[in-house]
Write a protein that binds this ligand. Structure first.
Ligand code: 13P
Length: 341
């Protein structure tokens, strides 16, 4: 198979109606924060047990087409002595991996960030590919404030995302391109729309400049929302309308799938917003779906609490969120479904 054939097959497996992606790629500091919320220490064994719980949840493949993993998980084994990451491929879920090495403040700039990890990326991708990984993820982060993100911050991160995506495609790995405009702050919906539009326009300009094939990538953006401390809360219909407007202005129709991050929204809000997008725009040129981390996992952690006897109810909680988001992908979710089992 040529690289292009491999990329095409992977895209078809990842971008499927009624399915989305589970982000289970929390770095060590992030998973420690998530575990701290349930009073659990982030030991290697707890992380292993938790990822096994997620990957082995019955029927997950009905609603989840891909899982983003963290490097550490790839060297862990399940309780039957088999590599943990092989659980996914065996059930028809595409395994992928986060390949960026996190963010740092951008030097000589005010409140811009830059994501690291390009050094040696091609070699790391070859190793990941030999372990069965078929897609990768790189996250760039933008903070909204008085004068930021700056034009420099937007340009630098677009360039990094494009170089990353080009290296991935050259290795036959589908890149998930994740420019995340954070929702922390007091900004309103319009300000988030302006910044998201500027960010995405620059990202696609850079992807084009670097010869990245749009048909062979997945975009993972933020939804356009009010800031978490904004006094004026936008409704799911307003969020859907603003998000779609920005996407139409910036994302080529050649891109097959847009899988949103949840960015700290509650699970119910993230699902309602995704549903509004699909219900209001059934003819969008891209499949609009989810690649949630917290909005899929929060209820799971709250049920699990690190206790082996809670694995089953925790997996049921995962299945419920995955199923409701699958319905939202088709515009068929209604809030009253939250009350059902
Ligand atoms: P959230 O859905 O919790 O924002 O996480 C998605 C993700 O992968 C962030 O990089």
């Amino acid at each position: 198979m040529t690289n292009a054939d491999q990329l095409q097959v992977t895209i078809e497996d990842m971008v499927q109606p009624g399915k989305g992606i589970l982000a289970a790629d929390e770095s060590l500091p992030t998973i420690a924060k998530r575990f701290a919320a349930i009073n659990l220490k982030s030991t290697e064994d707890h992380r292993r047990a938790y990822r096994q719980l997620l990957f082995s949840a019955p029927d997950l493949e009905k609603y989840i087409s891909g899982v983003i993993e963290f490097d550490e998980t790839l060297s862990q084994i399940d309780t039957n002595g088999r590599p943990l990451h092989e659980l996914l491929a065996r059930r028809g879920i595409v395994p992928g991996v986060k390949v960026d090495k996190g963010k740092s403040p951008l030097a000589l700039s005010n409140n811009d960030f830059m994501t690291f990890g390009l050094d040696g990326l091609a070699e790391r991708l070859q190793r990941y590919k030999s372990l069965g990984m078929r897609f990768a993820k790189w996250r760039a982060v933008y903070k909204i404030g008085g004068t930021f993100p700056s034009a420099m911050g937007i340009a630098v991160n677009a360039e990094m995302l494009a170089i990353y995506a080009a290296i991935c495609q050259e290795q036959g790995i589908v890149p998930i391109v994740e420019p995340e405009v954070l929702n922390d702050g007091t900004h309103d919906l319009d300000q988030c729309a302006r910044v998201t539009e500027a960010v995405q326009a620059e990202v696609f300009n850079a992807l084009h400049r670097h010869h990245v094939v749009f048909e062979h990538l997945v975009l993972k953006p933020n939804m356009v929302t009010h800031g978490s401390m904004c006094s004026k809360q936008a409704s799911p219909d307003e969020i859907a309308e603003a998000t779609l407007r920005v996407l139409c202005r910036t994302v080529p129709a050649a891109v097959p799938g847009i899988n949103f991050l949840s960015g700290g929204m509650s699970p119910e809000t993230a699902t309602a917003n995704l549903n509004a997008m699909n219900a209001n725009s059934p003819d969008a040129p891209w499949l609009l779906s989810f690649s949630f981390g917290r909005a899929l996992q929060q209820p799971v952690l709250q049920r699990w609490l690190g206790k082996p006897e809670n694995i089953e109810p925790a997996q049921e909680a995962l299945l419920k969120r995955a199923r409701l988001n699958s319905l939202a992908q088709k515009g068929q979710y209604v809030a009253s479904m939250e009350l059902e089992n």
